[in-house]
Design a protein around this ligand. Structure first.
Ligand SMILES: Cc1cc2nc3c(=O)[nH]c(=O)nc-3n(C[C@H](O)[C@H](O)[C@H](O)COP(=O)(O)O)c2cc1C
Length: 193
């Protein structure tokens, strides 16, 4: 596999749902995909309310950790080879930056670079309900090439645990990136045999 196809940028911003970010990082580690992680100041504020353990052990799930203030990081350049980028959870604030092309921190700069290089950018949004600005920003981001994946798990496979719910979202995220996985059951997959 080429370097490009084995590397992913993962950004964690200050939406609720850090459990999804943890599950994605653990799954990518198991799949041997190299991860470049950025955790925003907003995410660091949400962290203690949602995840047990410390930030250091969370960051240790990634191969490389970049500071959100470091606009000179490798992932701020289009020359960085990566399959794409996932923002999980993606806050309303970061969505707005992606929609407008604002690049004042590493998360928004790397997202902008991912779009300009025409690589997959997946925004796992978390807010409820959606405001009009958010709805507009979703459409702008979609039209610019991003995929909007709301953190709204499906129940059709009758998940029994929170982990099963979370795995459903991780599986769909990896599917969108073309990363083969069997992290969650697929609707009627075995009925076709
Ligand atoms: C406990 C907590 C939960 C939050 N949940 C959300 C959320 O679900 N969605 C959202 O858009 N913002 C949420 N916020 C607000 C963002 O963290 C805040 O707007 C932040 O500035 C976003 O910046 P960032 O995108 O750079 O992380 C939450 C804040 C806190 C403290």
């Amino acid at each position: 596999m080429s370097v490009r196809n084995k590397r992913l940028v993962v950004a964690v911003t200050g939406g609720s749902g850090l459990i999804y970010a943890k599950d994605l990082l653990e799954s990518l580690q198991a799949l041997d995909i190299e991860t470049h992680l950025v955790v925003s100041a907003g995410a660091k504020q949400v962290f203690p309310t949602e995840l047990s353990g410390d930030l250091k052990s969370f960051e240790a799930l990634a191969d490389v950790v970049h500071k959100d203030a470091n606009l000179g990081a490798s992932i701020a350049s289009g020359s960085f080879r990566a399959l794409g980028m996932v923002i999980v959870p993606c806050s309303a604030g970061t969505l707005a930056k992606v929609a407008m092309g604002l690049t004042d921190n590493l998360v928004s700069r790397a997202a902008h670079v991912t779009l300009k290089e025409r690589r997959p950018l997946i925004l796992l949004l978390r807010e409820a309900p959606y405001s009009r600005p958010m709805l507009k920003n979703m459409l702008e981001s979609h039209d610019a090439g991003a995929t909007i994946l709301p953190l709204s798990p499906g129940f059709y496979n009758q998940p029994q645990t929170i982990q099963e719910l979370v795995a459903g979202i991780t599986s769909r995220t990896l599917d969108l990136l073309g990363i083969d996985n069997s992290l969650a059951p697929r609707w009627k997959e075995n009925d076709d045999a």
